[in-house]
Design a binder for this molecule. Structure first.
Ligand code: GLN
Length: 478
């Protein structure tokens, strides 16, 4: 029996199990085998969990044999970014500090995946504590883009994007704070979805910048991403910021009509684009036009301030969140610890990589007594202006379309010594994050060099259905 894992969708898994073309256990074994094999090239996985995966798969097979409903994600091989905690399974956050950390509980999203019959095969590499745009900030080495192994897969959820793109799993979970799911999805040619802030519980997502963090799905097509989101979304009493809004049947919403929808094209996002990326996005807009959508030029004037605003708010929150890694509770403790203070200092000095240290320092600075009003408070006010820009735009348009990134996947090492250049690559993704609206990346073709380029679609708060419908219509037509 041969399983073409790289082509399977969630629906394909369901069919295969039903027709007995394969069992969930066979599928899980094949996923583990292919992931293990490809890891030598991609370094996408940090940990595999064969026992847990095969056990979960057997439960699915038993449920099917007993005539029970095995769940909407039954048998689907899934990879999980290593910033989402998994009970009994090592969770490193891409950091030396947590190299040996075994969490005593699982994130709510993990419970929901497992409850839906999903089969987690391993934990994926990422930038340390999800800070980065290239996956080069992992303590365990960079991830190589499966499309072009000398290039980055994007970050910080590069491992999850690569795991899906290389066909080792059908879907994956990542986390997105300022673009960490959409940008790697764009660089690797897969679908990545950042839902409305609060749509998915953050319980068990190791915090980077809490007011911006999301758990977010990757898949090979829009429908699978919608199914995965549906499985993990919804109110969770363990996360007070999770929204008490009903979760629609996203997959059922895919086939609605998009004719007559007004699509906003923000002029600020099309000014300084590498021409190939710009051309591909405009070609995608032409496809939407053919589907009967009406593109309209709009303006989001506060966009210019987005990078500065994001890197003040995110670092401020990070400096506070990362204070817990002190060598007392879960982290590896420095051997050099003569006093309590030197233990803290050495543990954090040895354990955090350069990017985390840079952000802790920056965040501490913007929160400090003399500067709080000048930086942090100001940034919060500008965040409000950015959100207002979107709210105003959505008075006249149904969705906004932009590039995900100014350029396709860059070479490993190309930007790593220039943090500012790296930060600037987030220009098109962080605005949606600051506004808390749903946004996603859908593949929009490849450059002459064969590098994938993603189109970003953004909609109103909680209008994931509208976003999926537009993305799906584009995907079918393109
Ligand atoms: N690249 C952005 C950063 O470094 C976004 C990261 C993320 O979304 N986790 O903060």
């Amino acid at each position: 029996m041969s399983i073409e894992l790289g082509k399977l969708t969630i629906g394909g898994v369901r069919e295969g199990l039903k027709s007995r073309a394969f069992s969930a256990e066979e599928l899980a074994s094949e996923a583990l085998r292919s992931a293990g094999e490809q890891n030598a090239t991609t370094n996408a996985y940090l940990t595999f969990c064969p026992e847990l995966a095969l056990e979960a798969a057997r439960r699915v097979d038993q449920a099917i044999a007993a005539g029970e409903n095995p769940g909407p994600l039954a048998g689907v091989p899934i990879a999980v970014k290593d910033v989402i905690v998994t009970e009994g399974l090592r969770t490193t956050c891409g950091s030396r500090l947590l190299e040996h950390y075994i969490p005593p509980y699982s994130a709510t999203a993990i419970h929901r995946l497992e409850g839906a019959g999903g089969v987690i095969i391993g934990k994926t590499n990422c930038d340390e504590f999800a800070m980065g745009s290239s996956n080069e900030n992992s303590a365990f080495g960079p991830v190589h883009n499966p499309v072009a192994p000398d290039r980055v897969p994007g970050g910080s959820s590069g491992g999850s994007a690569a795991a899906v793109a290389s066909g080792t799993v059908v879907a994956a979970l990542g986390s997105d704070t300022g673009g960490s799911v959409r940008q790697p999805a764009s660089f690797c040619g897969v679908v990545g979805v950042t839902p409305t802030y609060g749509r998915v519980s953050r319980y068990g997502l190791v915090a980077y910048a809490s007011s911006l963090d999301h758990i977010a799905p990757f898949a090979r097509n829009v429908k699978d991403a919608a199914l995965l989101l549906e499985a993990i979304a919804g109110r969770d009493p363990r996360d007070s910021t999770s929204a008490d809004a009903p979760v629609p049947d996203y997959a059922a919403a895919l086939d609605g009509k998009v004719k007559g929808k007004r699509i906003g094209l923000p002029r600020e996002y099309f000014q300084s684009l590498a021409s190939e990326t710009g051309d591909l996005i405009m070609t995608a807009v032409d496809v939407l036009k053919r589907l009967g959508c009406e593109p309209v030029e709009i303006s989001l004037p506060a966009t210019d301030y987005a990078i500065a605003t994001y890197y003040i708010i995110a670092t401020a929150e990070a400096s506070s969140n990362l204070a817990r890694f002190d060598g007392v509770r879960y982290t590896t403790r420095s051997e050099k610890a003569e006093s309590l203070i030197s233990m803290y200092r050495n543990t954090r000095g040895e354990g955090f990589g350069a990017e985390c240290k840079r952000r802790i320092m920056l965040g501490t600075y913007v929160l400090s007594a003399g500067y709080y009003d000048a930086y942090y408070l100001k940034a919060q006010k500008v965040r409000h202006l950015i959100a207002q820009d979107f709210a105003k735009a959505f008075e006249t348009v149904d969705a906004i379309v932009t590039p995900v990134s100014p350029f396709p996947a860059f070479k490993i090492g190309e930007k790593v010594d220039d943090p500012l250049a790296m930060y600037l690559s987030d220009i098109y993704t962080i605005t949606g994050s600051l506004a808390g609206i749903p946004c996603m990346s859908v593949p929009a073709g490849v450059t002459a060099d064969g590098l994938p380029v993603g189109m970003q679609i953004l909609t109103r708060h909680f209008d994931e259905s509208g976003m999926f419908r537009l993305a799906h219509a584009y995907e079918q037509a393109a």
